[in-house]
Design a protein around this ligand. Structure first.
Ligand code: COA
Length: 387
């Protein structure tokens, strides 16, 4: 029997680096020049002029909404923010020490049971819209709910008079955030909303291609995002900056880590070969927060790491990515480190949903091949005869 070889199926590319997995018109990234566009609009413009919900509409439905479209969409999202009391009961039974990303993943999986497809088809535009609105609206509520309940606090009901970001921060802390803090957070959500075929988005495409329901699609994507090489990186960046402690210690920390061939969290990117444009916008946001709430020592350590890394890793085209500065911004806003990844999820859900919808428009189930490297035609050895 013939074995499938690289010669027959093409060269194996670890991590599928550079291999096109789909056709998409959702976002465009140029890693050489440091450019990121959503539906053709640069993230710098969106960060300056748009809101997270408007950007989500753009990503999912393909155009910037009119006044009426945005108003209707915003009202739909607001009206779906609450979760069933059974979800609340379920969260109450989660271990307090559990990671909030695991809690979020479990909650989203459970949502699917409350909103079954029924007579609709997963490809129906009305169903896609309904599920998009539900997921966008409920993820922040569930993240905030778990966070409060793990500390023995009662969950806080969403407030209809607050926008998406202000409402999340309010549900988390019980305090209405300042307009500046809410705006900075909203821009963070815009920056993290979409980024072509990254690992979690690829996972959502694969799951979508089986025609699984969107709650399953987003559950799978959340699990993929949770890894330290993906959405878990900003949590580790802040832990690393705290461990380094001062800018003077940055160089020796870097040298020691690199000598041991360890990765520096928040640096490097599969696509960007220069500094991630989102990291630059995040630095501006950090400055805005520092002006209002005071400076962050972590930022000074981060700047020192960036400076020394340029010298030590620049030749490998390794520069700060989006996670390098986002944790510092969240930290300044009082968001605890293990919530960074769930915050990433309540933003990236926009991109996952956009890709889910796009995948359904021209679907074929994913079924790549492999290069088999194992043995062939082996005899079965009975248990007694094995050594
Ligand atoms: N620290 C130190 N060296 C790094 C590095 C980092 N963060 N990222 C990449 N490199 C080095 C690699 O060791 C490799 O060196 P080598 O050629 O001597 O072996 C070279 O740069 C190429 O990197 P590679 O591992 O091929 O990049 P990748 O595209 O497979 O991985 C990441 C991309 C993001 C997974 C990787 O840069 C990383 O692990 N970064 C830290 C985690 C992180 O911040 N993730 C969030 C991404 S948004």
């Amino acid at each position: 029997m013939a074995t499938v070889t690289e010669k027959m199926v093409g060269e194996y590319v670890p991590g599928l680096a550079g291999v096109p997995a789909t056709r998409s018109n959702i976002s465009y990234v140029d890693g050489q020049t440091g450019l990121l566009e959503y539906r053709g609009i640069s993230i710098e413009q969106l960060a300056e002029h748009s809101s997270f919900l408007e950007t989500t509409y753009l990503l999912v439905f393909g155009h910037l909404p009119t006044h009426t479209e945005l108003k209707t969409f915003t009202e739909e999202v607001q009206s779906h923010r609450q979760v069933k009391f059974r979800i609340r009961d379920m969260i109450k039974s989660f271990p307090e020490s559990g990671h909030p990303m695991d809690a979020l993943q479990s909650c989203v999986a459970a949502l699917g049971m409350f909103y079954p497809l029924g007579t609709q088809k997963v490809t129906d535009e009305s169903y896609i819209r309904e599920a998009t609105v539900r997921l966008l609206a409920k993820l922040p509520t569930m993240v905030a709910m778990f966070h409060r309940m793990r500390h023995g606090d009662d969950p806080i009901l969403p407030r209809d008079d607050l926008d998406h970001s202000a409402n999340f921060l309010y549900m988390l802390t019980g305090k209405e955030p300042s307009p500046e803090a809410a705006r900075v957070f909203d821009v963070c959500l815009i920056l993290h909303a979409e980024h072509t075929v990254n690992a979690s988005t690829f996972c959502s495409l694969v799951t979508a291609s089986t025609l699984a329901d969107p709650y399953t699609v987003i559950t799978a994507a959340i699990g993929t995002l949770s890894g330290p090489l993906h959405g878990g990186a900003n949590e580790e960046v802040v832990a690393m900056l705290r461990k380094i402690g001062s800018p003077e210690k940055a160089r020796s920390f870097l040298e020691k880590r690199l000598m041991k061939k360890e990765k520096i969290m928040g640096l490097g990117h599969r696509v960007y070969k220069i500094k991630d444009p989102r990291a630059t916008v995040l630095q501006t946001l950090a400055m805005q927060l520092f002006e209002k709430y005071g400076h962050s020592d972590l930022y000074d350590v981060a700047l020192a790491i960036e400076e020394h890394a340029q010298e030590l890793l620049g030749h490998k085209e390794v520069y700060p990515n989006v996670d390098f500065y986002s944790g510092i911004v969240y930290d300044k806003m009082g968001i605890v480190e293990d919530l960074f990844a769930p915050v990433f999820a309540i933003s990236r859900v926009a991109g996952w949903l956009a890709h889910w919808r796009e995948q359904l428009g021209e679907n074929r189930i994913f079924r790549p091949t492999q290069i088999y490297t194992g043995q062939r035609e082996m005899p079965y050895v009975s248990l007694d005869e094995r050594e």
